[in-house]
Design a protein around this ligand. Structure first.
Ligand SMILES: Cc1ncc(COP(=O)(O)O)c(C=O)c1O
Length: 388
């Protein structure tokens, strides 16, 4: 290992100078495995680039550097076999704002905005917050212990009405970690075309595929017929642990769609953060060896967690194929209250509440932390779950 993914980094600054959502929402006695950021330092090349930019000392309005858009083109061609162009990229201060802005740009008040559940909670808020109609379809739950969650294409089609205009899609999928198979996506693509829907494909976790040989294909690249109707959202934030630097990118090949989206962002979005842009470029340009080591650490942590879950009666995990989030079914664990509440109160571990993702009785556990920290948290969970 060249990089240090093993030594815990203090994220609870005594005077609050490093205040983080993850480590400060709950008391000092709680171990946080909830919000999706990792406890690792970003790649050294990112830290060096930021230090150089900070030393410059002038932080006026920035511009997206051509070197950044070129770097993302290279990353896309190399890793996803998708030759994107610089002008297709609209850099933004976040993926969640882009989900909302896409709804404003592409739909009218009262139109249906469709998504699948369980899902990353902001997806469920987009329709409500933008005056659109929320529409949801459940994924097919695992048929057995080692089975994956699957796309239930019939349920998705049944949720579509003449008012449905936009599909908010997530691949790889948060929270299940599913990397959708080509046949699932082909059925989705066919459905989207037949019902003439716009698609926002949130591919934020696409650099973190865990299985050896697994290959991410952007939805718009795998199904060129969707290119005209798809906005692809990427960011270096999950991959390189840069979420606090707020930089993300909407990739929109179609010029008309691009203009429509860009018009919706005017006046609502701040310019990109100059430090976020510098970090994004350094990460995509120099971060690959770090990412490879991160993937091997995450694979180990996934295995640690899987082994542990075996010893927790009534708890089920269909192993994530991507990212550092595990989606645990605790409906049969015999806990007194909602699982996240019981684990918080009785084990001192903060997980994400499945109800917010559309599935009460489930929790999402973030294993993007160091091995000793993960072990400490799992020991706490043992104390509750082994005896139930
Ligand atoms: C699928 C997905 N989309 C969006 C986000 C948030 O992105 P941003 O912080 O850029 O708004 C997350 C964060 O966990 C996520 O998992």
């Amino acid at each position: 290992m060249v990089y240090d993914f093993a030594t815990p980094v203090e994220r609870r600054h005594p005077e609050g100078g490093w205040a983080s959502q993850k480590w400060h929402r709950y008391g000092e006695d709680v171990f946080p495995l909830w919000v999706a950021d990792m406890d690792f330092r970003s790649p050294p090349a990112v830290i060096d680039a930021l230090q150089a930019r900070v030393a410059h000392g002038v932080y006026g309005y920035g511009e997206v550097p051509a070197t950044l858009t070129e770097t993302l083109c290279q990353w896309s061609a190399l890793h996803y076999d998708w030759p994107i162009q610089p002008e297709w990229q609209q850099w933004l201060p976040g993926v969640v704002p882009a989900l909302h802005l896409a709804a404003l740009a592409l739909t009218e008040p009262g139109d249906g905005v469709l998504t699948v559940t369980p899902i990353y909670p902001p997806f469920l808020e987009v329709a409500k917050r933008t005056g659109r109609l929320p529409q949801q379809a459940m994924l097919a739950a695992p048929a057995g212990a080692a089975e994956p969650w699957q796309l239930d294409i019939k349920a998705l089609e049944a949720a579509i009405t003449p008012r449905t205009r936009l599909l908010l899609w997530c691949q790889p999928h948060n929270p299940t970690g599913r990397v959708w198979r080509h046949d699932e996506l082909a059925a989705l693509a066919e459905l989207v075309e037949r019902h003439d829907l716009w698609v926002v494909s949130d591919e934020l976790h696409c650099d973190l595929l865990l299985d050896e040989g697994a290959q991410h294909r952007p939805l718009a690249a795998a199904f060129p017929e969707l290119t005209k109707r798809t906005i692809t959202l990427w960011a270096p934030s999950k991959t390189f642990n840069l979420a606090g630097l707020t930089s993300a990118c909407a990739v929109i090949p179609d010029p008309v769609l691009r203009e429509r989206f860009a018009a919706a962002t005017k006046g609502l979005l701040p310019d990109s953060n100059v430090l976020g842009l510098v970090a994004a470029e350094a990460a995509y340009r120099h971060g690959e060896p770090w990412r490879q080591e991160l993937l091997s650490v995450l694979r180990e942590h996934r295995a640690t967690l899987q082994a542990r879950v075996e010893a927790w009666p009534g708890v089920h995990l269909s192993a994530p194929e991507s990212t550092y989030l595990a989606w645990l079914d605790m409906r049969e664990a015999g806990l007194r209250d909602a699982p996240y509440k019981t684990l918080l109160k009785e084990a001192g571990v903060a997980l994400s509440d499945g109800a917010a993702f559309g599935c009460p009785g489930f929790v999402r556990l973030n294993f993007g932390t160091t091995a000793p920290q993960l072990e400490a948290a799992l020991l706490r969970m043992d104390s509750l779950l082994k005896r139930n």
